[in-house]
Design a protein around this ligand. Structure first.
Ligand code: B1N
Length: 842
C-alpha cells in the first residue's frame, strides 16, 4: 500500500451488474454487516478493528467460494488435466487486498467501508501475513498460483500448513532476534478445514518380504511402521485476476490418528495417548528457517515425506473417482517439484503403485517418469539436499529399498551409455558412497522426471555445464530453461496504485494481463510532462515508505535522497557486506572532502538471517552499526543515511519496491539462480546496479546497457580467478582505499572501540573471501559513482526509470507460466462460466 491509495485498476468485466452479482457497494456493505453479526457475533458499535477485518475478509471469501464450487464442478465434469505444484513453501502474503484486486472490487470495497465509517487501508493493515516460506522460492510458488488461476489453468498447490511460519525479526542492540510467528492465533479467514479429506501416513519401522501363495509367487512387501500420522487438508482459494477461476492451495496438517488415541486410552494410559497426539502435531509445527543450507534433521525429512504422501494419495483418490484404474494417471496429472524438497514423491508414487495398487515395476516406473518435472533453484553445493543414509533408512525403510532398486536399474543404463567408466557411475549414483553415505535428492528428482529446468537463462546453462553435467550428457532432451517471473497484480496494481493509474491513463487498461504492452510507454520517456508526473508518483511512494521507516525503524529518512535498496535474505553470496563496504567508502570520502558532489543517499537494508547462520547475523550487526554511526554524524545529514528495515516480508515489500530508486543485485556471478526481487524493483521503476548473475543478465538484455548499472566479474572470470588461486589479501594490499575501509571496520570505530565484534568477518574477507568481494570492490565503487552522477541528472534518471518499467513485461509470471504450460505441462485453459447468485443454484 503506497501513498494516497486511490483506484487500483478496476476489472473490465463486460456487462457486469455489480449489485446483482454481490459486488456493488450496497451489496458489500450488507455482506460486511451480515458477517459482523453472524460470524463475529458483534454489533458495529463494539466491533474491534480485528472483527471488522474478519467480517470483510469473510464477505470476500464468500464471493470466492461461490466461484470455487463452480470451478471444482467444471473441472470434475470435464476431467481436466491438472497441474499439481508441490512445494514445501508458499509465501502467499496478505490475501485481502489481493483478492479485492482480483475480484475487481477494490474501489467498491473502499467506498463501502468508507460509508460505514471505516478506512480500508486500516482494515488491510490488520491482516497477519502467513509466512509459509523463507524467500524467493516460496514467493515464486505463490506468484505461480496467481498466474495459473489468471490463465484459467486447472491447478492445485500442495504444501504444508505450518503452525509457525518464518520467524518475526526484531532488532535488539543491533542484533537480529527471532520471535515466533503464531500466525494462526486468531484463525485465518482464508483457510477451510476439510477434516474428511484425511490420510494416515506411515513413518519409520521396518519392511517384511513374502512371496504370494498364488501361482504367480509375486514378491509382496509389507511396511510395518513405527508410527502413523494423520494428515488433514486445509484449503485456501486462489482467485485469478478478472476471471472466475479460484484454484486450490491445499495445505496438510498433522494430527494423531484416532485409532492410536483409543488404543492407549483403553489400555488406561491417557497420558501416552495425549503424548502421541502432541508428537504427531509437531510434524507440521514449524517451517525450517534455513534458506539454501541443509540441516539434515529427521523432522524435516518427515515433513517432506508427510506432505508428499498426503498429496499423492489425494491425487490418486481423485483419479479413481474418474477412472477404474491408475494406468492413465500421468495423463490427468502432472506434478512440478519445486526444488528437491518434495522429490521423495518419486519413490512414494512407486511405493503406492507397486505395493498398494499391485502394479508391475516397469509400468509403475513408466507412469512415474511421465508424471514428474523438476525445477532446480540453486547452484550452491551446500544447498543441494542429501540425506544421511542411516537416517533416511530409519525414517523411510521402504523408500530406501525402492531408491536402491531405481538406482540399480538406472546405473545399468549408465553402464550401457558409458561402458567401463567407473568414475561416472560414482558421480551419477543416487547414493553418495564417498565417506559418510548419503542419498542425493537432486539425482532422484532428475532420474524420476521427464523435464528438468533452471530458473534463469544463465542458471539453466550452469545446471547443464556444472551441477548436472553428467545427466545432461545422458539425457540432453530433458533439460530446459524457465526464467522466473513475478505477478504484476500484487507487485504493481496493489503495491503501486498511483503508478498503475498513470499507466492506465497513458496506454489504457489491460496491460496487467498483457505486460508486453508496457512497451507502449517507451515514447513517453521523452515527454518532460510525463517524466514530471512519474517523479511525483515516485516521490509519493517514497513519502509513504518514510512513514513506515519512522514507524518500524524509528528513523527519519529524507524522501529527496536516492533510495538505494537491498532487501532479500541475508547471505554471504548475496554480498550485503559489499554494499556496506561501499557505504563506508562513501562515508570516508564525505568525511575527507565535505564538498564532494554526490547524490544524497538513503541506503536501506532488509532481510532475515537463518537463526544458525553466524556470519549472516554478523552482517546484520555490521549494517546496524554503520547505520548508527552514520546516523549520529551531523556531517552526514542530508548526504548519507543507512536504515535497517526490520522484519522484511511480503507486506513490507509492497511498500518498499514502489519507493526504491536503486535496486541492489550484487551477488557473485554464478551464485544467484535467478532472483525475483530484481524483477519487482524493475516493475516499480527502480534502476538496477548488478552483476551478470541470475536473471540480472536478462534484465540487462531487456532494458539495454544504457539503462542498467553493470559491474563486476562475469562467471567465466570468477571461475578463472578461482582456478588461478584467489588471494583476497593481494587486493587489500594493492588498494589503499579498500584498505582504509576494511581497517575502519576492524578498528572498532563502529562498535565503540570493541575490535572483536567484526573480527570474524574481517578475517574471513582477508583470508578466504569465498564470494570475492575484494575482487569486485573497485568495480562496484566506480559503478556507484556513475549511479550518483545519473541520479543528479534527474531528467535522465526519470527517462531510465520509465524505460525500465516499459521493458519489464517479460518478467510477468504469466509469461513464465505460459512457457511451463506449453513446454512442460501440456495443459490447456478451462473457462469457468459464472451463473449468478440470484438464479439456479441458490
Ligand atoms: O529460489 C528463487 C531464486 O530466484 C533465487 O535465486 C534462489 O536463491 C531461491 C532450501 C531454498 N534457491 N534455493 C532456495 C529455499 C529454502 C530451502 O530450505 C533452498 N531458495 C532459492 C526462486 O527460483
Amino acid at each position: 500500500s503506497a501513498g494516497a491509495r486511490s483506484a487500483p485498476v478496476a476489472v473490465p468485466l463486460v456487462g457486469r451488474d455489480d449489485e446483482r452479482m454481490g459486488l456493488g457497494v450496497e451489496a458489500l456493505k450488507r455482506a460486511f454487516l451480515d458477517r459482523l453479526v453472524y460470524s463475529q457475533a458483534r454489533f458495529p458499535e463494539v466491533a474491534t478493528r480485528r472483527d471488522c477485518f474478519q467480517a470483510l475478509a469473510l464477505a470476500v471469501r464468500d464471493r470466492l467460494l461461490q466461484r470455487w464450487v463452480q470451478t471444482a464442478r467444471t473441472y470434475r465434469d470435464k476431467g481436466s488435466r491438472t497441474v499439481c505444484y508441490m512445494s514445501a513453501e508458499f509465501l502467499i502474503g496478505p490475501q485481502l487486498g489481493n483478492n479485492l484486486i482480483n475480484l475487481g472490487i477494490f474501489d467498491n470495497a473502499r467506498q463501502a467501508m468508507a460509508e460505514l465509517g471505516l478506512d480500508l487501508d486500516m482494515l488491510l493493515d490488520q491482516e497477519e501475513e502467513p509466512g509459509l516460506g523463507n524467500g524467493g522460492l516460496g514467493r515464486l510458488a505463490a506468484c505461480y498460483l496467481d498466474s495459473l488461476a489468471t490463465l484459467e489453468i486447472p491447478a492445485i498447490g500442495y504444501g504444508i500448513r505450518y503452525e509457525f511460519g518464518i520467524f518475526t525479526q526484531a532488532i535488539r542492540d543491533g542484533w537480529q532476534a527471532e520471535l515466533t510467528d503464531k500466525w494462526l492465533r486468531s484463525g485465518s479467514p482464508w483457510l477451510i478445514h476439510r477434516p474428511n479429506v484425511a490420510f494416515d501416513i506411515k513413518i519409520g519401522g521396518h519392511t517384511e518380504h513374502q512371496y504370494e501363495a498364488s501361482a504367480s509367487r509375486r514378491l509382496r512387501v509389507q511396511w510395518v511402521p513405527a508410527k502413523v500420522v494423520r494428515g488433514t487438508a486445509w484449503d485456501m482459494p486462489v482467485l485469478g485476476y478478472g476471471v472466475n477461476t479460484p484454484n486450490r492451495l491445499r495445505l496438510w496438517s498433522a494430527e494423531a490418528p484416532e485409532e492410536f488415541d483409543f488404543a492407549a486410552f483403553n489400555a488406561g494410559n491417557y497420558y501416552q495417548a495425549v503424548d502421541a497426539e502432541v508428537l504427531s502435531e509437531t510434524l507440521t509445527k514449524v517451517l525450517y528457517p534455513n534458506d539454501e543450507m541443509e540441516a539434515g534433521q529427521t523432522l524435516r525429512l518427515e515433513q517432506q515425506y508427510f506432505f508428499v504422501a498426503c498429496s499423492l494419495r489425494d491425487m490418486i483418490r481423485l483419479q479413481l473417482q474418474r477412472e477404474a484404474d491408475l494406468s492413465r494417471f500421468h495423463e490427468k496429472f502432472v506434478v512440478q517439484l519445486n526444488d528437491t524438497h518434495p522429490s521423495i514423491a518419486v519413490a512414494e508414487l512407486m511405493h503406492l503403485l507397486v505395493d498398494d495398487y499391485e502394479m508391475l515395476w516397469d509400468e509403475a516406473w513408466s507412469i512415474t517418469q511421465r508424471t514428474f518435472a523438476y525445477t532446480n533453484h540453486t547452484l550452491l553445493p551446500e544447498a543441494l539436499e542429501k540425506w544421511p543414509l542411516r537416517l533416511f533408512q530409519k525414517t523411510l525403510p521402504r523408500h530406501y529399498e525402492i531408491i536402491c532398486e531405481i538406482n540399480e536399474r538406472f546405473l545399468d543404463e549408465v553402464r550401457i551409455r558409458f561402458p567401463g567408466d567407473e568414475a561416472v557411475l560414482r558421480r551419477m549414483s543416487l547414493i553418495d558412497e564417498d565417506g559418510a553415505r548419503y542419498i542425493r535428492m537432486a539425482h532422484l528428482a532428475v532420474v524420476g522426471s521427464f523435464a528438468v529446468n533452471g530458473v534463469a537463462a544463465l542458471h539453466s546453462e550452469l545446471v547443464k555445464s556444472d551441477i548436472l553435467k553428467d545427466f545432461y550428457e545422458l539425457w540432453p532432451e530433458k533439460f530446459r530453461n524457465k526464467t522466473n517471473g513475478v505477478t504484476p497484480r500484487r507487485f504493481v496494481l496493489l503495491a503501486n496504485p498511483t503508478m498503475s493509474q498513470l499507466i492506465d491513463e497513458t496506454i489504457g487498461k489491460g496491460w496487467v494481463t498483457d505486460m508486453m504492452r508496457l512497451r507502449e510507454l517507451e515514447p513517453y520517456a521523452d515527454d518532460p510532462a510525463f517524466r514530471e508526473k512519474w517523479r511525483g508518483i515516485k516521490r509519493g511512494n517514497k513519502e509513504h515508505l518514510v512513514r513506515e521507516i519512522k514507524r518500524v525503524a524509528h528513523a527519519d529518512a529524507d524522501p529527496a535522497s536516492m533510495f538505494d535498496v537491498q532487501v532479500k535474505r541475508i547471505h554471504e553470496y548475496k554480498r550485503q557486506h559489499l554494499n556496506l563496504l561501499h557505504v563506508i567508502s562513501l562515508y570516508k570520502r564525505l568525511k575527507d572532502n565535505p564538498n564532494l558532489v554526490v547524490a544524497p543517499r538513503t541506503v536501506i537494508f532488509g532481510g532475515k538471517a537463518a537463526p544458525g547462520y553466524r556470519m549472516a547475523k554478523l552482517m546484520i550487526r555490521l549494517a546496524t552499526a554503520v547505520a548508527d554511526i552514520v546516523g549520529r554524524d551531523p556531517a552526514m545529514h542530508g548526504r548519507l543515511q543507512v536504515v535497517f528495515f526490520p522484519n522484511y516480508n511480503v507486506k513490507s515489500g509492497q511498500s518498499i519496491f514502489p519507493a526504491a530508486d536503486l535496486s541492489e543485485q550484487i551477488s557473485l556471478a554464478g551464485k544467484e539462480a535467478s532472483g525475483t526481487g530484481n524483477m519487482k524493483f524493475q516493475m516499480n521503476g527502480a534502476l538496477t546496479i548488478g552483476t551478470l548473475d541470475g536473471a540480472n543478465v536478462e534484465i540487462l538484455e531487456q532494458v539495454g546497457e544504457e539503462n542498467f548499472f553493470l559491474f563486476g566479474m562475469n562467471t567465466p572470470e570468477v571461475k578463472e580467478l578461482r582456478r588461478c588461486g584467489y588471494r583476497p589479501r593481494d587486493y587489500y594490499e594493492a588498494n589503499p582505499h579498500l584498505r582504509e575501509v576494511i581497517d575502519l571496520i576492524g578498528s572498532g570505530f563502529f562498535t565503540r572501540g570493541d575490535r572483536d565484534v567484526f573480527r570474524p568477518l574481517v578475517d574471513h574477507l582477508l583470508n578466504h573471501d569465498e564470494y570475492m568481494l575484494l575482487a569486485d570492490f573497485q568495480s562496484y565503487i566506480d559503478c556507484q559513482e556513475k549511479v550518483s552522477e545519473a541520479y543528479i541528472d534527474y531528467e535522465r534518471w526519470s527517462r531510465m526509470s520509465i524505460l525500465n518499467v516499459a521493458r519489464s513485461g517479460f518478467f510477468s509470471s504469466d509469461r513464465a507460466i505460459k512457457e511451463y504450460c506449453t513446454d512442460i505441462w501440456r495443459v490447456e485453459p478451462v473457462r469457468i462460466e459464472l451463473t449468478d447468485l440470484s438464479e439456479d443454484d441458490l
